[in-house]
Design a protein around this ligand. Sequence first.
Ligand code: AP5
Ligand code: MG
Length: 213
Amino acid sequence: MNIILLGPPGAGKGTQAKRLIDQYHIPQVSTGDMLREALKEGTPLGLEAKKYMDQGALVPDSVVIGLVKERIQKSDAKNGYMLDGFPRTVAQAQALDGILGDLSQKIDHVVSVEVPNSELMGRLTGRRTCRQCGAGFHVIFDPPKAEGKCDKCGGELYQRSDDNETTVKSRLDTYEAQTKPLIDYYEDQGKLRHIDGVGKMDDILTRIKAVLG
Ligand code: AP5
Ligand code: MG
């Protein structure tokens, strides 16, 4: 099964993707995580991407399309994958349709995780992520047992550099202008599944599983 997780910054795409891995045994393909990994390794691509990410803008389409094209052909994705944070522009969605056509694949469901803007800022500024295993936490909504320490692996928790108020505002604007049109794009393809993204994380997982079957 090939799934797209669509939704604004802070909607819970990553949170739910990590839960869905255990249920469906398919990998999470997060372009944001891939770009942050490239930056950590200090590659030219990572350093270039940082300029856009720090401003809450999108990295050029050609860069992320190339990353995804390569990633979905790796062996662990042979039974499917969850695209998290890709596509994010109509041009990316069209490119993806072309790539999948060439690979004789298709997207089965586009899960639109819907959360009002008023809730997103608090979710993002309170997010903490494990440096070691990537697990996500929230200082209020999902606090770790010991402050600053990952429950799963004991790794150090950090705050993403784009999770400050100024950058979040700009990320939300970018979403409205460039990514929201994908809702119509996939509605027209009959693939969009609306999910209420407000409430307990486990309840949202149940809602997603209900539409995926
Ligand atoms: P990316 O890393 O994809 O960030 P994003 O889309 O802004 O999404 P987030 O990861 O912030 O949100 P999420 O929905 O995953 O939320 P999470 O589950 O963590 O992209 C970063 C940047 O990379 C972009 O700005 C861009 O520059 C670049 N980029 C990436 N992909 C690109 C592309 N395709 N094209 C061009 N550029 C690209 O949850 C957030 C917090 O809320 C957590 O703390 C969590 O614990 C909490 N939470 C989750 N669910 C709930 C709930 N139900 N109730 C309360 N709290 C909750
Ligand atoms: Mg994420």
